[in-house]
Design a protein around this ligand. Structure first.
Ligand code: IPE
Ligand code: IPE
Ligand code: MG
Length: 258
């Protein structure tokens, strides 16, 4: 490492420490939701394969879960694979599915997850998933089902519109069966029929990679969330970027007198 690199790193860690102190002195978002985008562009910029980009992306997720647990963010929900992502090339879908299976098993067996009592849940239409991913999801669910100190939700085979449709169908069936009146349908009823029924709405939704759109993520739940977009690609997302997002959330809250 060159002298100038060492100096830059030192300056960064001093800044990071200061920022962390500042951020931890104010209330943190209770629930952060992340659209983890930019794996392939990150890899391409470095002359790596897209698979390597996805692999680094899944490593980044482990780190970010750690930051949340360490700093006291109770709920983390990440967009790992959308219903639309099934339209990607077969080889890429297979690679991503295998990575997801590995991540789920790794999380389920991680000493840190058990130490910190992190409840792991998969949100999405699991019927669209290959058997091996479904088994890994069930395994993670089973291994962490008694925990409630922290919550980690992985949105896989997830689509916001599909989630709303599924909720509406279940509610409509209840009405058809005479279990419920049309007049009883309200926001609470629909919320209770979403995959996130036992999760508070996200306070902060963050997207990496410079794209400024929601791409069918948590459409129902983000009605009042603060939105934060950053240009860094997901595998390059640093703790400093995380702190900046949280600080922006805190500053906006103050501005509106929350
Ligand atoms: C996010 O990175 C991972 C998934 C959507 C599965 P991308 O694969 O979308 O990478 P970019 O956005 O094309 O760079
Ligand atoms: C959104 O990213 C989905 C995930 C991060 C899993 P995409 O890369 O799939 O979204 P678009 O295609 O840019 O909207
Ligand atoms: Mg993308």
């Amino acid at each position: 490492m060159s002298i100038s690199n060492i100096l830059t790193n030192r300056a960064y860690s001093a800044y990071e420490a200061r920022l962390r102190k500042e951020v931890l002195a104010s209330p943190l978002p209770n629930h952060i939701a992340i659209i983890m985008d930019g794996n392939r562009r990150y890899a391409e910029e470095r002359g790596e394969t897209r698979e390597e980009g996805h692999r680094l992306g899944s490593e980044k997720l482990e780190e970010v879960l750690d930051w949340c647990v360490e700093d006291g963010v109770k709920f983390l929900t990440v967009y790992a694979f959308s219903t639309e992502n099934f339209n990607r090339e077969k080889g890429e879908v297979e690679y991503l599915m295998d990575l997801l299976r590995q991540s789920l098993i790794k999380f389920a067996e991680s000493p840190r997850v058990h130490d910190k009592k992190v409840r792991l849940k998969v949100l999405g239409d699991v019927t669209m998933l290959p058997e091996h991913v479904r088994e890994a999801a069930d395994y993670a669910d089973e291994k962490t089902k008694d925990y409630s100190d922290y919550h980690f939700n992985m949105a896989i085979a997830y689509g916001g519109r599909q989630e709303i449709i599924a909720a509406v169908k279940t509610v409509a069936q209840k009405v058809a069966d005479g279990e419920m009146d049309v007049e009883d349908i309200d926001e609470n009823v629909l919320s209770e029929h979403m995959y996130t029924s036992d999760t508070p709405d996200p306070d902060l939704v963050l997207r990496t990679s410079g794209e400024v759109r929601i791409s069918n993520f948590l459409l129902w739940q983000l009605a009042y969330s603060e939105l934060y977009f950053t240009d860094v690609y997901w595998p390059g997302f640093r703790y400093i970027d995380f702190l900046r997002a949280v600080r922006t959330y805190q500053q906006r809250g103050r501005r509106y007198g929350k």
